[in-house]
Ligand binder design. Structure first.
Ligand code: URA
Length: 434
């Protein structure tokens, strides 16, 4: 086979064969196909697309390019979740212990934040001592003994995707539903879980801006999972405003702790119940959504989910004292309220602008090697639909210094749209695709 012929075939709109896709992925991972040819093929895929069979072939070839975890010697069934990322998305911190508390072993490998959306690993690392870099043996022991582990991606999972994603990032070829779906699902399939729930977000604060694109991505990923013999469901959830009230690492841990202790924000808790109920049903523990939800509500009410989270923190070296007294989590020295410029109803909040402001405060990265300040971020007082008087606080900025507050204040003010009339309510969950 010749790479130039494969690039030309896709350029002209032909579906690539399974053998061609395998050959490309193996050759690229082995360094035999140069970046310039792979970039040309990626661009042809962006422009011409891939059908479901090609997308499934690409996913499987990338998943098999490295280790394929098999945890069946430890647990007959494990569950996992993935979010396409959003501002203030601390769902994993609540959902993972919640479903573990009803007996589903959770094996979750998470990422760090990049761009305007945060990452679960950075959030967990705001707990002093918490270790996210676990050895394979530590990962397996946590699943065996606790039934819950949330760690950074380790080992050699889907190395072909790692290389291709880095190339796509710098060649304007990220924006392709088949390429995104294959990238996400190759890592999920390699990580070994039997049941996977996908939180596919849409809106200003998400990677997929429109509901239609989110739906197409969700359908593609569910089809890939089914093709690979896994149970997969996707929840289409709104990121038209941040989830909960906190944006920023330690602030989000505090909010997740509140949710686990029964005083968390309604939207965060509701989303976790919807996602969790899909996992409970896929695992066959309950056969309908109402029964699954009742089981999860009870795990929250009884404190079982909170106890699981605390046990996970202890198991991974974290200091549980900061969970019992969350005010001992990293705290920013400067806290300044941003007042509403006029009276009215909050009609829209630009999540991306909020995420970028948190990055500018030092809470996120613009390059992979940047270090972050876990204490900084935002706490919202007003969300979409809130009625405010002129001068009421819209949010509090948590910063390392006063000059950082001044640097982001204008950007934050324009992130809020205030109208005279109340806006229509925003949906939280638009649809579930199974
Ligand atoms: N996240 C991924 O893992 N891959 C993509 O292609 C886009 C987002």
């Amino acid at each position: 086979m010749r790479m130039v012929d494969i690039i030309a075939a896709k350029r002209d709109g032909r579906a690539l064969t399974t053998a061609e896709i395998d050959w490309v992925v193996k050759g690229y991972a082995a360094g035999e196909i140069p970046d310039y040819q792979m970039a040309a093929l990626a661009m042809a895929i962006v422009l011409r697309g891939m059908d479901d069979r090609e997308t499934a072939d690409l996913t499987m070839a990338m998943a098999r390019s490295g280790d394929m975890l098999d945890l069946h010697d430890i647990a007959p069934l494990t569950v996992d979740k993935h979010s396409t990322g959003g501002v203030g998305d601390k769902t994993t911190l609540v959902l993972a212990p919640l479903v573990a508390a009803v007996g589903l072993p959770v094996t979750k490998m998470s990422g760090r934040g990049l761009g305007f959306s945060g990452g679960t690993i950075d959030k967990l690392e705001s707990i002093p001592g918490f270790r996210t870099n676990l050895s394979a043996e530590e990962f397996r022991r946590a699943v065996r003994e606790l039934g819950l582990v949330v760690a950074a991606q380790s080992g050699d999972l889907a190395p072909a995707d790692k290389k291709l994603y880095a190339l796509r990032d710098v060649t304007a070829t990220v924006e392709s539903i088949p390429l995104i779906a294959a990238s996400v699902m190759s890592k999920k399939l390699a990580a070994g879980a039997d049941c996977i729930v996908l939180d596919v977000k849409y809106g200003q604060g998400a990677f997929m801006r429109t509901l239609d694109d989110a739906r197409r991505l969700a359908q593609t990923m569910v089809a890939i999972g089914r093709h690979a013999g896994r149970k997969v469901a996707a929840v289409l959830s709104s990121m038209q405003q941040p989830l909960g009230f906190a944006v920023g690492n330690a602030l989000e841990v505090r909010e997740a702790v509140a949710a686990l202790r029964g005083t968390g924000p309604d939207d965060l808790v509701e989303l976790c119940l919807v996602l969790g109920s899909e996992l409970v049903q896929m695992a066959g523990v309950r056969s309908d959504a109402d029964a699954a939800r009742t089981m999860l509500v009870e795990a929250l009410r009884s404190g079982a989910a909170w106890a699981k989270f605390r046990a996970m923190v202890v198991n991974q070296g974290g200091d549980p004292a900061v969970l019992d007294e969350p005010e001992r989590l990293p705290t920013a020295p400067v806290q300044v309220e941003l007042p509403a410029p006029r009276a009215g109803f909050v009609a829209a909040i630009d999540g991306q602008a909020l995420g970028l402001a948190v990055n500018a405060l030092g809470g996120g990265r613009s390059r992979k090697e940047d270090t972050i300040d876990h204490a900084v971020g935002l706490v919202l007082w007003a969300k979409v639909g809130t009625r405010v008087a002129a001068g009421d606080p819209l949010l509090t900025i948590h910063a390392a210094r006063q000059s950082d507050v001044e640097a982001v204040a204008d950007q934050l003010r324009t992130a809020y749209t205030i109208h005279d009339a109340p806006p229509p309510p925003l949906p939280l969950v638009e649809a579930i695709i199974r």
